[in-house]
Structure formats: C-alpha cells, structure tokens
Design a protein around this ligand. Sequence first.
Ligand code: HEC
Ligand code: HEC
Length: 365
Amino acid sequence: MLFRINLPITAFISFLLFLISSCKKDDSNPDCDLSLYNPTPYSINRPQGFAEMIIPADNPMTVEGIALGRKLFYEKRLSGDNTISCASCHRQQVYSFADSTTRFSTGIDGIQGVRNSMAIINSGWGHAFFWDGRAASLEAQALGPVPNPIEMHQKWTDAVVKLEADVNYPELFLKAFGICEIDSIHVAMAIAQFERTMISGNSKFDKFTRGEVALTPSEQNGFSLFNRDKTDFLSGADCFHCHGSQGGLFSDNAFHNNGLDSVFTDLGREAATGDINDRGKFKAPTLRNIELTGPYMHDGRFATLEEVIEHYNMGGHPSATLDPLMKNVGVGLELTQSEKTDLINFLKTLTDLDYLNNPDFSEPQ
Ligand code: HEC
Ligand code: HEC
C-alpha cells in the first residue's frame, strides 16, 4: 500500500523538478539555459612514478573546461590586434611549448620582453609560476599575458567583449562553468585546466624507469654524474639537488641563484618578494624536453646545452645570494670532455616526442 502511494508521488516530484530545471533561465540573459550545465568530471592520467597532482578545489577538472581552455590557449582574439595567442610563444611542435629559438619573445606591438619564454610541461605539479614565481597558481598566471603591454596587450574587458560576441564561446562557458556571462577569471580557470592535462611522461628516461628500454653506457654514466656530488675521489655534476628526478619533475619547484652573475640586471625572485635575500634567484625549471627548449636560462643567454654544462663546469660567479648547493664556485666541476658528453646524452633521454605530437594538445579544429 505504502509503495503504491509513494511511487506516483516520487514520480510527480521528479517531474516537477524537471520542469523547474528546464525553465531555470538567467533573467538577465534569456539565451542562457542553465540546464545545459552538466559537466563531465575528468581525472588526471598520472604517469608511473609521478606524485598526485593537487587540483584547486574551486576549479575541478572537467572535460568541458579542458576543451574550452584548449580553444582559449590558441585564441588570437585574446590579443589587442587579434594576431597572437598563448601558443604564439608556447609552441607545441618542435619547441615543446616554449618559444622558437629566439632569446626573447615578441608581443603584438613588436616589443621584446626581457625573459626567455618558459616551456609549459607538467605545470600541474608546479607551485609558483614565471621565472620569479610571482604567480601562485596556473589560474593567476593565465591572467597575466593578456593585459601585459609587451605580450597580448589588451584589456581583459575588451577580450571578454570579443568572446561574448562569438557564436560559440557563451555556450562553451555555460557548459564548462554554468555561467551566463564570460569573465576573465573563468577564461583563466579554463586555460589552467587545459594546462594541467599537458603532461609529458613518455621520454626514453620514463621508458627506462618502467623497465621498457635500457640506457646506453654513456647515458647511464650521465645519469650517475647528474645524481652525485663531486668529491675528492669521484667526479660528480651535482644537478639533482635542484633538478631532481623525484616525482618525475626534474625541478625542485624552488628558487635558486645558480651563479649566472655577480651583478644583477634582472633581480629575479626579489622583484616578486621584495626580499633582498632573493636577489638573482630564479625558478629551477624542469629539464624535461630540455634538448628542444633552448636558448637557456631566464634571459636565454646560452644557446646550447654545451654552454650550459660549461657554466656549471666552471663553477659559476660568486655573489651574496649564490646557492650553497653551487659548492664548486671558483673551482668548477672539473668534468672531462667525455663526462660532459655523457651528461648531455643523459639530458637528451628526457626528450618526449609524444608530447610534441599529442593531438590532445594541438590547436582544436
Ligand atoms: C609574447 C609571448 C608570450 C605570450 C603571448 C604568452 N606567454 Fe607565457 N610566457 C612567456 C614568457 C617570456 C614567460 C616567462 C616570463 C617571466 O618569467 O616573466 C612565460 C611564462 C609562462 C608560464 C610559466 C611557466 C612556469 O613553469 O612557470 C606559463 C604557464 C605561461 N607562460 C602560459 C601562458 C598562457 C596561458 C598564455 C596565454 C594567456 C601565455 N603564456 C602567453 C611568453 C609568452
Ligand atoms: C643550486 C641549484 C641548481 C643546481 C645545482 C643546478 N641547477 Fe640548473 N638551474 C637552476 C636554476 C635556478 C636555473 C634557472 C636559472 C636562471 O635562468 O636564472 C637553472 C637552469 C638550468 C638549465 C636551463 C633551463 C631552461 O629552461 O632554460 C639547464 C639546462 C640546467 N639548469 C641544467 C643543470 C645541470 C645539467 C646541472 C648539473 C650540472 C644543474 N642544472 C645544476 C638551478 C640549479
């Protein structure tokens, strides 16, 4: 009896709820049908040996959010004259989401910046972004380039007007975030979701750690040098402290002065924190795909990996904030020529061509 009564009531309530939800429209925008908002959760495909990625609770990953972020990453209308997108300075093909071989990227007004474009690789595991770490999240980072006068040089309000006028974007934002009006915060949230999917974990080194391939003796020796301190009895290149392979990242996500200068034209981390003890410190970048992302360092001063190794081999330049881990300043690592070659051969095992060709990261059609 109870059952016979309850069933029609439940059905009736469901029907009422359905009616309400299908009529739920935003008053200010009659085209905005909130019932279209039904996002599909997405979970990160984490390569073996990688730590869990921390996703901000207020920006959960969804299939719709990622697809929108990918479209926005390639969207030239985010720039003042509709000529450049994020992808103009972060190119998937050949350069692994760094810029081409130029030292400094050029923005829409033909003005060059003073820093080398950074490769976007496994950024979902990062803690702070830009060479000086001034952005605390990928969301905060993505808000930067659009209004930046030497990059995309467009007011966010103008960028949003262009997206609102597009035939597709309003519905894509509605489906991804349940919003009826586009704003810069949600543009940045979508781009950040896309960036968290940009994972490189299929280099020769990854295959080696999974037991699928062997390293050559030269690569193996390079890996040993990378992972060991120089002592009186044994050579070592001492790279692992700041670019350790733990968690698959090849970056400790921290800021160091690795001895590039004694006098600083770019204050680095100090500009972000105001702390004089941070002078000349920069983010230790990942070494993944390093073979492809030259020129190197925050100002692109080294054109080749050979020059980078020479820098570390001569020990670097002293200064008040020089990292204590740069122990061999003034002496150098005293590596032999064949050890330098081995080190470079090891660095090249971090090249992941699948990352450059992954269709999920390319410009959407
Ligand atoms: C004109 C070239 C240019 C454009 C356009 C550009 N970037 Fe960058 N990007 C750079 C440069 C240069 C840096 C390093 C700047 C610095 O440290 O001050 C950088 C740094 C980054 C970083 C930091 C990576 C890390 O590991 O810390 C991310 C992420 C990034 N850009 C994403 C984007 C996104 C998203 C867009 C589009 C909204 C974009 N970029 C547009 C040149 C550009
Ligand atoms: C004390 C920490 C530290 C040590 C030790 C260290 N690095 Fe670095 N590395 C950094 C920092 C910080 C940067 C960025 C510096 C800058 O641009 O001003 C960097 C930059 C690099 C770059 C350029 C990355 C790019 O995207 O431009 C390469 C390549 C590199 N290091 C390789 C090595 C190798 C190989 C070793 C061992 C011989 C090593 N590093 C040892 C901290 C370190």
